[in-house]
Design a protein around this ligand. Structure first.
Ligand code: CA
Length: 510
């Protein structure tokens, strides 16, 4: 692969900084985030100079477009999804606020009426719209509580049944997005549907990422006058694959599956923490095929930007809402855990002439994304006071003195109690944890707030997290990590901090 333009970060931070460069035009922002794409499924992590940063084997995938994009980008090895499930990620990414403030504490569905993006939460799209941007949202949103607002059948949900996940987002809940082609959540990958800006429903018989990139290119081309071409634009594309299901060629493209179908389990599973006796192991070939398909569609979007001369003045981000455990540690849950395959996410950002391509171990967390992007776009003075994340743009630019977080917070919430109507009220904050440059530590509690389990890993010596350390045998290490966790919980005004949960272990006061 090409390796020109890749500079090592260590010891060269200030040399990378280009603070004097001021763009004459406001940059466009393109934010692409397929769902459930684990960082180690990007092929380039197998190659120098990336391989030394993860110390792990990456999956045997084909991702040529993303590999080429990486060579033009700042590639973060240590970006993490603070609460690695769909809706909480989206709430945090859009608002820069933690779940309890932005409203999205649990995955949105009809039995969780309290978990929804707060109408008054200021989103990145609200800020950019006010700053003169045209704002487009394409694909999966899943940040909205489903209500009986089906525009095609008033008074009903958009699907029938007791458990409703999908949702229609009406204009007053679109947070500054003036172009809309989206849905809540729906997992039939070759028969997706979308509601457009006017609320018309489109049922499509095509693999959803391909269709969404076609819509994105139509938006770039301003077909039917959908955007104001005198304005810079924000375009967010929430692709659903490689999200489950991944069990047949109904879920991915045949041509991509052909790359993996002849491979044995030992060829597909290169991470030694994978349990290939799990039934789920049959999904790996389809999952990797979905990753390759996403790669091709992302590549098509990049080509379209280039052909229209939009690549130079556009910030492009490729990331995901969380990872996929894919048989690691025998876990049934693909996400919602602190294990690296779930918690660590891709984060590649390209901004020509402003960001020098390199791989960087900057610890970026979900709430940092919104303020960092606004600042990179020259709108740092418009970061809302409600934002709880950090502006890491100086560090991304490689400037000396730019904030470089030393830890990443992990959050796992479960349903609170149910009321007499079966509705979930509140949350049960089951686990909190931290990742540092060397360690991963998680504390889970029972409903009486007693310690149920502690996970502790030395990632430097055990990158696959195969050998959990006994917390009781490492009191000094645990004390240090609990201090870091206490700082993170205080900074995020988390419910563990407010209720002083496990105060005998976690030092909450400064
Ligand atoms: Ca998700």
């Amino acid at each position: 692969m090409k390796q020109r333009n890749i500079l090592p970060l260590v010891g060269a931070a200030s040399a990378l900084c280009l603070p004097s460069l001021v763009r004459a035009e406001q940059p466009n922002i393109v934010y692409v985030f397929p769902d459930q794409l684990r960082n180690c499924s990007l092929h380039f992590w197998n190659d120098a100079p990336y391989d030394t940063h993860t110390r792990c084997a990456a999956d045997p995938t084909f991702t040529p477009a993303i590999d080429a994009f990486a060579a033009e980008s700042v590639v973060l090895s240590e970006a993490h999804s603070t609460c690695p499930v769909s809706s909480p990620y989206r709430g945090m990414m859009l608002t820069g606020m933690f779940p309890e403030r932005n409203g999205v504490t649990l995955n949105c569905m009809n039995a969780r009426p309290e978990s929804t993006l707060a109408p008054d939460a200021v989103c990145i799209s609200d800020v950019l719209a006010a700053a003169g941007y045209d704002c487009a949202y394409i694909g999966k949103l899943h940040a909205d509580y489903p209500t009986r607002n089906n525009p095609q059948r008033p008074g009903t949900y958009v699907v029938d049944g007791d458990e409703v996940w999908d949702a229609y987002t009406p204009p007053e809940r679109r947070h500054g997005f003036n172009y809309w082609y989206s849905y809540g959540t729906f997992d039939v990958h070759k028969h997706p549907h979308y509601w457009d800006t006017e609320g018309n429903r489109h049922d499509i018989d095509e693999w959803s990422p391909k269709h969404e990139v076609d819509r994105a290119i139509a938006y770039l081309n301003n077909e039917n006058g959908v955007r104001d071409t005198s304005k810079p634009f924000l375009m967010m594309i929430g692709m659903n694959p490689p999200h489950a299901p991944y069990s047949s060629t109904e879920d991915c493209m045949e041509e991509d599956y052909a790359l993996y179908r002849e491979r044995s389990l030992s060829e597909l599973f290169v991470r030694p923490n994978a349990d290939t006796t799990m039934r789920k192991s049959r999904s790996a070939a389809y999952y990797f095929a979905s990753v390759t398909g996403v790669d091709r569609e992302f590549g098509r979007l990049l080509e379209a930007l280039k052909e229209r001369g939009l690549d130079r003045n556009t910030i492009v981000v490729f990331t995901s809402d969380h990872g996929e455990t894919m048989c690691s540690h025998s876990l049934q849950d693909p996400k919602n855990s602190i294990y690296r395959e779930s918690f660590n996410v891709p984060f590649l950002i390209r901004y020509p002439e402003v960001l020098r391509p390199r791989v960087d171990d900057l610890m970026l967390s979900t709430t940092d994304i919104m303020p960092t992007l606004l600042s990179l776009a020259g709108l740092g003075d418009r970061i809302p006071a409600s934002v709880e994340g950090r502006d890491l743009s100086q560090a991304l630019r490689g400037c000396a003195g730019g904030e470089r977080p030393r830890s990443a917070l992990y959050i796992r919430n479960l349903n609170g109690k149910r009321d007499s109507d079966g509705m979930v009220r509140g949350i049960f904050p089951e686990a909190r944890g931290v990742k540092t440059d060397r360690y991963t530590m998680e504390i889970a509690i029972d409903r009486k707030h007693a310690v149920k389990r502690i996970l502790l890993f030395d990632d430097a010596n055990d990158p696959y997290q195969l050998r959990p350390l006994d917390a009781a045998a490492h009191p000094e290490l645990m004390a240090g990590l609990c201090e870091t966790l206490g700082e993170e919980l205080r900074r995020s005004n988390d419910i563990w901090y407010r209720e002083r949960i496990l105060a005998e272990m976690i030092p909450y006061e400064k």
